[in-house]
Design a binder for this molecule. Sequence first.
Ligand SMILES: [Zn+2]
Length: 374
Amino acid sequence: MPTSRTPAGPTPPTPGPILGAHVSSAGHIDLAVGHATKMKAEAVQVFGAAPQQWRRKTHPQTDIDAFREGMTQAGIGPNFMHGIYLVNLATADSEHLTKGIASLSADMQLAGGLGVAGVIFHVGSHKGAGFDAVLPQIAQAIREVLAESPPNVWLCLENNAGGGDSIGSRFAELGAIREAVGNDRVRVCFDTCHAHAAGYDLTDAAALDEAMAEFDREVGSDALVAVHANDSKTPLGSGRDRHENVGWGTIGVGGFRNLLAFDAFRSATWLLEVPGYEGGGPDALNLRVLKALREGKRLPRIPKKPEGGGEKTAKKATGTVGKTSAKKRGKTGTKVGTKTKAATKRKAAPKSNAATKTGARKSSAKKRAAKTEA
Ligand SMILES: [Zn+2]
């Protein structure tokens, strides 16, 4: 019998992304099931621990089981966890590094119990040392985390807005980390706000084509498993990480529509980390907007953005996750011209790379984040 082959021709497009949101897991982690059902989220992201503390509480096994079974029953997933903000795998402080590895390992263990697909985290900041100098340490740390983790959980690097010496605002850095670790369990979460702030123009279809070609070349489209679907309060290339409601920011509805043209985005799980149109965090309406875009239907009415940018109401819940401490001005940390393969690759930055020069800002992200997740 001859083996049948897939006939040549365009592959049918995937039906569209699974659309979900970051939800609170305060109190009991299984409460996330109710939060998700209420807003009709198809997937969730939760914190496994308070994001601003090293100390973590132990989740009772009954809560863990209730989360896993509840999500399965409700048909919600693939779900994700977000690591704590204190992790910095590029730190020069060995104690800090050890704590970061332990924190990620604990999250990966919990993820296995909860039945979630992956743990998303921010790699950190090299604080002026340069990306190449810290790459081996980052790779080794990730290998240690993976060695102690359940085999069916991904560890996902999140791209960065580019402020200070933060790592991962250029796709090439994410690719270099994946390559250095050499483990397919290292995947990527693409934060739309961070990408736009880092200078990848999501509003321009041609620029996005280029950006995604770069992503595919540097990281590999298969690695894209999660998307933080956030509009951006700040302009293209600002280097500043300020999440906005879908349609209220500089990416706009059109930017999200552009993303849906890519199979890589259509097959990923999208998670909102927005302030909420009423300032209460990711909400049903933001989700409905994304669902309408996915289905090519008429958009629900998006409320008018309050005068003054809505900062006042929005601040309360801005960026339940995804904040970077863009305290330092300046360096991209990307040394061009060294001999490593990774460094050579990183030359291929998008044209709109004005991004990385700005970014000095006092971050009140800590306060905001602490408020949302008691
Ligand atoms: Zn994010």
